[in-house]
Design a protein around this ligand. Structure first.
Ligand SMILES: C[S@@+](CC[C@H](N)C(=O)[O-])C[C@H]1O[C@@H](n2cnc3c(N)ncnc32)[C@H](O)[C@@H]1O
Length: 266
């Protein structure tokens, strides 16, 4: 379902991965210099997001990549996709088979699938080489898709299972020094797709995915009112625009004195 949600956003033309990929790629370039590297990519799906990141890290040579993707048909696609321009790429169905000693561990939009955030980050951190860098991406609690989901599940940023402060605390708990970057872009719909409080067309599809109405069921009166208010505040002229906001957290070991250290401070 989450993957379908990403697909829906891509289908709407928001190209969510691009700016996030650029931000990650540039950070990795700075961290890594031009040396050889290896990568563990947790939750690759079809590898499109990782492929986009690698397009921004042309001066890093990835001699080996391990792709973790439980959906094996997606895993095969990811391996084929990431193999272009990199060394050996291996696909595994579970992180338990991933091994360790990685210069980069990437967990992009996958933490939602791990029931214990702290344990997941400790596991990822344990798979890093001494100067390795962990990169996680989650949607921010100020992302409009998060706020829309809050309308249907009645969970706030404070009570969310994954929020900014919990991710930062999990990094610190795993002995990593976290640095955060936010990436924002807009997804827009014609105002005519929202008449008399009833969404239509691509807007309807977006709202259904963002609020996970398949799980939450129909919105009650109060939630409809809140949704209506939110849409009014997102409407300018003939366009309704929602802001999508990713939170990227980078972290390497607190005791690591690599070339990135200047960048790894607040
Ligand atoms: C939303 S997609 C993220 C795809 C890509 N990394 C991105 O940033 O767009 C999440 C992927 O994680 C996979 N996944 C779910 N549970 C997982 C787990 N325990 N370990 C690794 N991957 C998992 C899902 O099958 C899905 O393909």
């Amino acid at each position: 379902m989450r993957y379908a949600y990403q697909e829906a956003i891509v289908a709407l033309g928001a190209r969510p991965a691009e700016e996030t990929a650029r931000t990650i790629g540039e950070f990795w370039n700075e961290h890594n210099g031009s040396s050889a590297s290896n990568l563990l990519d947790v939750g690759s799906a079809d590898g499109a997001a990782t492929e986009a990141i690698l397009s921004f890290t042309k001066n890093i040579r990835f001699d080996s990549v391990v792709v973790v993707e439980p959906d094996l048909s997606l895993c095969d696609i990811a391996v084929a996709r990431i193999s272009v321009g990199t060394g050996r790429v291996v696909g595994v169905s579970s992180i338990d088979h991933a091994g360790g000693g990685f210069a980069h561990v990437l967990a992009s939009h996958v933490l939602y699938h791990f029931s214990d955030l702290k344990e997941a980050i400790i596991d990822f951190a344990g798979r890093l080489s001494h100067s390795g860098l962990l990169t996680t991406v989650v949607r921010s609690t100020t992302c409009d898709t998060f706020l829309l989901r809050s309308l249907s599940c009645r969970r706030t940023a404070e009570t969310a299972r994954i929020n900014e402060s919990k991710v930062m605390a999990a990094f610190r708990g795993a002995g990593l020094d976290p640095v955060v970057e936010y990436v924002q872009r807009l997804v827009s719909f014609p105002r005519e797709q929202y008449r008399a409080g009833v969404p239509d067309g691509a807007l309807k599809q977006f709202l259904e995915f963002a609020m996970r109405l398949d799980v939450a069921g129909p919105l009650d009166q109060e939630a409809r009112g809140l949704l209506n208010e939110m849409i009014m505040t997102r409407t300018v002229g003939d366009v309704i625009s929602f802001s999508l906001r990713d939170m990227i957290v980078f972290g390497c070991r607190v005791d690591c004195d690599g070339s990135h250290s200047a960048r790894m401070t607040w």
